[in-house]
Design a protein around this ligand. Sequence first.
Ligand SMILES: Nc1ncnc2c1ncn2[C@@H]1O[C@H](COP(=O)(O)OP(=O)(O)OP(=O)(O)O)[C@@H](O)[C@H]1O
Ligand SMILES: [Mg+2]
Length: 500
Amino acid sequence: MPSLSKYALALEDVTCTFASHESRPRDTSLAIAPGEFVSVVGPTGCGKSTLLNVSAGLLEPSSGTVKVFGETLKGINRRAGYMFQADALMPWRSALDNVTAGLAFQGVSKSEADARGEEWLKRVGLGGFGDRYPHQLSGGMRKRVAMGQTLILDPDIILMDEPFSALDIQTRQLIENELLDLWAAKRKAVLFITHDLDEAISMSDRVVVLAAGPGAHPIGEFTIDLPRPRDVAEIRSHPRFVRAARTDLGLGDLHPPLGDADRNGARVRHRHGGGARRRPLARARADDERAPRSLHQGRQLDAARDSRAHLRGVVRARHLVEGRAGRHARVFHRVLQRLHQGMKEVSPVVLANARMLGANRKQLLRHVYLPSATSWVFSSLHTSVGLAFVGSVVGEYLGSARGVGYLILQAEGTFDINTVFAGILVLTAFALVLDGLVALVERRLMKWQPRSGKTKSFSRSRAWSAWSHTARHMPSGWARHRARQNVSLWFAQFDYVLRG
Ligand SMILES: Nc1ncnc2c1ncn2[C@@H]1O[C@H](COP(=O)(O)OP(=O)(O)OP(=O)(O)O)[C@@H](O)[C@H]1O
Ligand SMILES: [Mg+2]
């Protein structure tokens, strides 16, 4: 291997061992020259994303070193931009604000950042979509925003983790060509991860194949000597492409091994020796034994546990009969608790992305943790305000000699159903107004959140049609009789529960 200082990125004997004691990757060396486009292919779970995380400085390898332009990497790789495998856009920022996030973290003025952001949105084909939030964009559009967000910072090394794997073939080829154009203009070092061999060959200067299994490591490395500039769709019919895809990287059966035949002028050269040479990808696939664990599973379990704990709290309802100040303190405490919970539950990918974009601790708190926690706070406000309200009324009902609760109690004593009903209506209206106020503030502050407007209006219209159907088909005298019966029954239950 030539001197490592010549490389933009050099991994030397990198091994990552996780708690399961499996090493993926193991003893992996990989070097990318400035301006070189290198793809890594390999079966799922073999450690491709782990390699990128190590290159980005987000994960420290268990052994081995990472060098960036000859310097040993410590902490985040500031010369790299990272396009993550999962959605990593900040959902609370518009497309434009996402593209300009890195510039904002660097302290570039808003007007300049916006001007550059608009320009980049146009370059990635999203001119005019700057004010859309991520949930209002398609998967392909979100990938384009992520591309703009990474490339606007003009990094010397670009790390891309299966950036287009979720897209349909047409969109994918379109964006791949755009990426190649952008890369050709600046010639940065690219480390591109993909499952797709055709994608790897059509875009890269070199393809590295990783094996699967507990000791995943490169088992083949191939120089792709196809002419540039390339169109990823057209290049697939080039004889050299066919040779590379079907023969050299292991998808064909009958062809001679790498480099043996130059019959079509193919010059795809192998560097690794041994049996891996012929069909490394096929071999690698055979080794694959299990899909990786979802990184979000643990969080989902935590969330489920949390909601069960919350339910238990509601059922216990100790605070219903405590003092008013205590109840207010509890609401405040609950909101703080949820704020803390929301901060803990921030998406690890969004957080890692913000760190790669250069956010410092204060910026992470302000631009990632707090916005992420606000939805938790609002969900808590809805319940807490409701519970505090019920608590107040019930407390008043039990202990006070005035107020709506007292009125209901008195009316119940004299079987004055109309007053009881009126009291309950007043309370319900008050609760609805309170909830509406919280919802109003939430809508103002949380514009970025997806809303299920259609489902809501659908269920509302279903409820309404069910009600009007019943009303139309019931004799009115009988309906009044049933309504009165229901209210009495409801009130009796209410009374029974409160008096134990
Ligand atoms: N933080 C972690 N803790 C424990 N195990 C981990 C962690 N990160 C990765 N792994 C394990 O390391 C292995 C490689 O994971 P990685 O995400 O790098 O695979 P991959 O090749 O990118 O897979 P895919 O193609 O499906 O994206 C998996 O078996 C995974 O379970
Ligand atoms: Mg991966």
